[in-house]
Write a protein that binds this ligand. Structure first.
Ligand SMILES: C[S@@+](CC[C@H](N)C(=O)[O-])C[C@H]1O[C@@H](n2cnc3c(N)ncnc32)[C@H](O)[C@@H]1O
Length: 360
């Protein structure tokens, strides 16, 4: 799968350009904040960090044809006023934009470890082109999810179109069989508990029941008699009869009037819901930086796709939400941005944190 456009370089040309732009940089043990163009910064990181980064989250400009500003250096206010300070400008023609992202993605792939993952946050205008570019660079087999992120409350635009409440996140692994994935789950809320666990026992605990048998016949213990019964045809006991006896003694098997046994499952012992590919993480109502993303979303991504010893990288760091989330979870991080406003916000946000900082 390939997408062609004017000005598309070969990978060889891009890697050679990276080599020519490499700047001296130290091998840093801890976290690292770099100010400068991220192509140059990533090129300079490559000699030390190739195949060492477990998690990359990027939220590049979406090619919105806008200039994002903050007012009077006060990063608490976002404004489109003429005299406001420019945080960053987001205006390129589409091929130029696609190539800008592609050049960086090629370097990011080189930095990813074998168990690494990349999450790219984008909107639906450019997203489909970038998905094809990511298939080219990371391999369609390593594509994991196209996540719909609900970014705001419903809108009531006058435009002749449906309200736009979502953007997307493309999630790829460097190697589809090896990516760190910690199976982070979401705790059930009260509504879930009421919906999923309709029964209440004498101690006031919510529960439901599941069959004592599961599909598939076996010849072993789980296919033998229990309480004078064999499992129904085509099924086997969920666990061996001795275990079922134990559950029964503990009162964890409910027998119906017709003597049909079912295993009790309690709401307070539920391990949480698997996270699906529609995420409800709206952006902060009072952002400190234009297009600042939800910190909880970033903490979830980092908990899911990195380990304690992982390095997390964001080369479009903006307000530093990814860096702060990584710091909160005890991970090392590398942040890059070229905007003075961004760097000020990041440094204010991480002022109690140890990291190396330099301009590239
Ligand atoms: C959409 S914002 C990121 C917002 C961030 N995710 C947050 O939560 O605050 C994109 C950022 O990319 C930065 N940026 C754009 N082009 C860049 C480049 N070539 N090198 C470094 N940073 C760049 C901009 O300065 C801007 O801060």
């Amino acid at each position: 799968m390939r997408i062609d456009y004017t000005g598309k370089k070969t990978e060889k040309e891009i890697l050679a350009k990276a080599k020519s732009l490499e700047r001296p940089i130290k091998n840093i043990d801890g976290s690292l904040l770099l100010k400068g163009d991220n192509f140059v910064a990533l090129s300079s990181l490559l000699p030390f960090y190739a195949s060492k980064i477990d998690l990359i989250y990027i939220d590049p400009p979406f090619n919105t044809n806008q200039t994002f500003t903050v007012e009077d250096e006060r990063v608490s206010t976002i404004s489109r006023k003429k005299n406001a300070t420019i945080a960053y400008s987001d205006q390129m023609n589409p091929p130029e934009y696609i190539e800008f992202i592609r050049e960086r993605l090629i370097l990011l792939r080189e930095l990813l470890s074998e168990c690494g993952s990349i999450y790219l946050h984008i909107d639906t205008k450019m997203g489909h082109y970038i998905k094809i570019i990511m298939d080219e660079i990371f391999g369609i087999d390593n594509f994991k999810n196209d996540i719909t992120r609900i970014k705001s409350n419903p809108k009531n635009f006058m435009r002749k179109a449906y309200g736009n409440q979502k953007d997307v996140i493309y999630f790829y692994a460097k190697n589809k069989d090896k990516n760190i994935f910690n199976n982070v789950t979401i705790k059930l809320d009260e509504n879930d508990k009421v919906r999923m666990f309709k029964k209440i026992d004498k101690d006031g605990r919510r529960y439901n029941t599941v069959p004592v048998h599961a599909p598939g016949e076996t010849n072993g213990k789980t296919g033998s008699e229990w309480h004078g019964m064999l499992p129904p045809s085509g099924r086997h006991w969920r666990t061996d009869p001795a275990e079922l006896d134990k559950l029964d003694e503990l009162g964890l098997i409910e027998w119906s009037k017709n003597n049909v046994p079912r295993i009790k499952k309690f709401a307070d012992e539920h391990k949480g819901k698997k996270i699906q590919d529609i995420w409800n993480y709206v952006d902060p109502a009072y952002p400190i930086y234009p297009t600042e993303k939800n910190l909880k979303m970033l903490e979830m991504i980092i908990a899911q796709s990195s380990n304690d010893s992982s390095i997390v990288l964001d080369c479009f760091a903006g307000s530093g939400s990814t860096l702060l989330a990584a710091q909160n979870l005890g991970r090392k991080w590398i942040g890059i941005d070229q905007s003075d406003v961004s760097l000020k916000v990041i440094r204010d946000r991480l002022d109690k944190v140890a990291y190396e900082y330099f301009e590239i």
